[in-house]
Design a protein around this ligand. Sequence first.
Ligand SMILES: [Zn+2]
Length: 118
Amino acid sequence: MTKAADWHEVDRDHHSAFQRVFNAHPGVSDVAADCPVCSHATLHRFYLVEMERPKVILGETYKGPGRLWQWCSTCKSFGYYPDGWVPEWWTSPYEVDKESLRYDPGPIEEARSNAAGK
Ligand SMILES: [Zn+2]
């Protein structure tokens, strides 16, 4: 059980490096790259589809509007992007109770690590 207090938004110094790593690894929920903050390869992303409303933006197909969390399980750095579009490739690799979702990815990480059997 992770406490909300453990989570912190990725700091200004690491923000662009953090974003670059995720941008360089599209199409996956578990990113096979080292965290720019702590150097552990424990980066993950999770999209929540708010509404199924397929749309093509600049040649990319999206499922609809939704939210995105990007985080590191080790150092608990994260980014939260509440006003985005969920890409077509996304399928949720584990179930997360929508009611449990909040600003930090704590409930998502819990679901992920439970599904991973750790
Ligand atoms: Zn980290």
